[in-house]
Design a binder for this molecule. Structure first.
Ligand code: FEO
Length: 162
């Protein structure tokens, strides 16, 4: 059985993961609008992963006889200045998600809820990958600067993942 406090923060994390999905769909739509379809596919794929993260927590709360409570998902931004602007924002966002997972882990450790701490370890590891993959793209964009050719090459590369 989950404590009320842990149940609440896990529900908040479900909301945060669903917001991440929403944010990345919005970023995907931005990339579609500027015809960078490879970047768009990458973001859409990222959004799907975020939905899976939310579902993992949903399943865990249910398994521990908690009660999932869905909250309002805030509206994501609509416009960005450039692909670099999008990835700067993505990197900041993922760092915030990492902090939120760390706060959760601290809380479950503090409550000696070892099952939740163990469950959260997957997310701790996943955040290392998430931050790494976003930073790789951001650094490539910094190298590319204003080269359209470089941007189109990266777009083609990212499209292969999506
Ligand atoms: Fe579910 Fe990108 O963190």
């Amino acid at each position: 059985m989950l404590s009320k406090k842990i149940e609440d923060v896990l529900n908040e994390q479900i909301n945060a993961e669903l917001y991440s999905a929403y944010l990345y769909v919005s970023m995907g739509a931005y990339f579609r609008s500027v015809k960078l379809n490879g970047f768009a596919a990458w973001m859409e794929n990222q959004a799907k992963e975020e939905e899976e993260h939310a579902k993992k927590i949903y399943d865990y709360v249910n398994k521990r006889s908690g009660r999932v409570a869905l909250k309002l998902i805030k509206e994501p931004p609509f416009e960005w200045k450039s692909p670099m602007d999008v990835f700067e924002a993505t990197y900041v966002h993922e760092q915030e998600v990492t902090k939120s997972i760390e706060r959760l882990t601290n809380l479950s450790d503090g409550e000696k809820d070892y099952a939740t701490s163990s469950f959260l370890q997957w997310f701790v590891d996943e955040q290392v990958e998430e931050e790494y993959s976003v930073l790789q793209i951001l650094e490539r964009l910094r190298m590319i600067k204003d080269s359209n050719q470089g941007l189109l090459m990266l777009d083609a590369e990212l499209g292969k993942r999506g």
